[in-house]
Design a protein around this ligand. Structure first.
Ligand code: PHE
Length: 503
């Protein structure tokens, strides 16, 4: 089924073969846009009608021009408002009551239809001729036949303007008919039964249609940046470590990393200990013995710390303070599988610290961790790898500062130059795992492990131009920001400041 107007158009074309939308609008005395709409709906039927579209320029009345057509020209209006007697009327009265009086008055004066007489303090208008002929009104009524000179003049007076109309010329198509059925959009089961589809007209499939936007979930900025980091690691041949144990024993979080049991980070001020279950009891016995030895007495050429290592301290459960605990487990596991194979591991997941909360610190955050174990790696390999890694983030200026970690030697803090902020900022920590950590696991002596870690929140805040972590994590975050901010390519964009402006 099509609209009544469309059917009328089909009838008309059946009789006249061809015509255009402008004529049809006049013929049916229907608003031009409605004719265009009806023609467009007929176009949906394949080859029913052929349509040619061309742009035509035409002159149309402005609002002011329309006023002239209806009420006469402005100068005629002024003339008519001036009484025929010799007393005339005050100029101020005309200006107050006649629309467009200012132009009208100057034109009427120029045409000598009226005259202005100064009388004491007043200005009086009087008629100068007995009758006038309002040619402008007549001319505007016959727009089509206007001379070019008059068109120019009326355009200048803003009575007419040029308009571009899209004219649709239509004629019969190869499939023309005056009756149309709405074409079928889908081949349904009903149509298949008894070959009912055979007599039907099918709507062509619009392969350019964009489809409706489906309501889906949205990734949080941290997850978007995480997937970018993950891509970088995968490109560099890294394998993802399983990080599904937020709860860890002190043994894997600290002892395996040669972090002495008196180390201040192992205090409840810095670490969340778990009360239920408070301890872990299952550890690889031999390995545990070797860890105990290297801490208390020293081994593998190290003099150790020389203190009384206690299993009770190693058993304490905690929320892992870094994903380096995961790296420790993985390197130990690697050697349990047999002979050493070079590996590249990464992980991006949550860690927990008993921090004082402020604009840039929460008690939990995500750590990005990279680890490479291979024969004869050097500090140069670590530095080179870091340059390669950060280059993929769009960061090319790096500086390294000597640092200290119980499990790495040497250790380096990583600084990068932030172009936007115009300063060096600390972005991560890195180092070469100590032999005291690696040799008890059974790694060969000529194998070195380089590793680095950084927070996921920091680069995310920089990229999304957030300066308070509470705008990124927690109950105060703006869900619209999560929905609307685009995926941020780490190497390409920072979310534009435009987007970040408060509403
Ligand atoms: N574990 C360190 C941290 O929490 C990061 C790090 C990882 C440092 C690997 C050196 C090597 O900051």
């Amino acid at each position: 089924m099509v609209s009544e107007l469309s059917e009328k158009i089909l009838d008309y074309i059946d009789k006249h073969d061809k015509d255009d939308s402008v004529n049809l609008s006049k013929y049916f005395n229907v608003d031009y846009q409605k004719i265009v709409g009806a023609i467009k709906s007929l176009q949906a039927f394949e080859n029913l009608i052929d349509v040619q579209i061309e742009s035509r320029k035409e002159w149309i009345l402005t609002e002011e021009g329309q006023h002239v057509v209806e009420h006469g020209s402005h100068e005629a209006a002024v003339y008519n408002a001036v009484p025929a007697d010799t007393n005339g009327i005050r100029q101020a009265d005309i200006l107050a009551k006649v629309p467009y009086a200012k132009v009208g008055l100057s034109k009427a004066l120029a045409a000598s239809w009226v005259e202005l007489v100064k009388d004491k303090n007043d200005a009086i208008l009087r008629r100068k001729v007995h009758s006038i002929s309002d040619d402008i009104q007549k001319n505007l009524k016959e727009l089509k036949t206007l001379s070019d000179d008059l068109k120019k003049e009326y355009k200048k007076r803003k009575l007419i303007k040029e308009n571009i109309v899209k004219v649709m010329t239509i004629e019969k198509g190869s499939n023309f008919s005056i009756k149309v059925d709405k074409p079928e959009a889908d081949l349904t089961a009903d149509l298949l039964i008894n070959d009912a589809w055979k007599g039907k007209n099918f709507k062509p499939i619009n392969l350019d249609s964009r489809g409706t936007v489906i309501e889906v979930g949205h990734l949080h900025p941290l997850l978007k940046i995480r997937s970018e980091f993950r891509k970088i690691f995968l490109e560099m041949g890294f394998e993802e470590m399983p990080t599904n144990n937020y709860v860890e024993s002190s043994f894997w979080n600290f002892d395996a990393l040669f972090q002495p049991q008196q180390h201040p980070a192992r205090d409840a001020h810095d670490t969340f200990f778990i009360s239920e279950p408070a301890v872990s009891t299952s550890f690889p016995e031999d390995y545990l013995k070797r860890v105990q030895k290297v801490h208390s007495e020293g081994a593998y050429g190290s003099q150790g710390y020389g203190y009384d290592w206690k299993i009770e301290e190693a058993q304490k459960n905690l929320l892992r303070t870094h994903t380096t605990a995961v790296s420790a487990r993985m390197l130990y596991k690697l050697m349990q599988q047999g002979e050493f194979q070079p590996v590249r591991y990464f992980s991006i997941d949550r860690v927990f610290r008993n921090e004082t909360l402020d604009a840039t610190h929460l008690a939990e955050f995500h750590q990005v961790e990279g680890v490479i174990a291979d024969y004869n790696l050097t500090l140069g390999d670590l530095i080179g790898t870091l340059y390669e890694f950060f280059k993929k983030l769009g960061i090319t200026k790096l500086e390294f500062k000597p640092a200290y970690n119980p499990y790495t030697e040497p250790s380096m803090e990583i600084f990068c130059f932030h172009e936007g902020l115009g300063k060096w900022i600390e972005i991560g920590n890195s180092g070469m795992f100590r032999p005291e950590m690696l040799l008890p696991m059974g790694l060969p002596e000529n194998v070195n492990v380089i590793a680095w870690g950084l927070s996921l929140e920091r680069p995310t805040m920089i990229k999304y131009k957030l300066n308070n972590i509470r705008d990124l994590v927690g109950p105060k975050i703006d869900l619209e920001m999560v929905q609307n901010d685009p995926l941020c390519r780490l190497d390409k964009c920072e979310i534009s400041a435009e987007l970040r402006k408060p509403n």
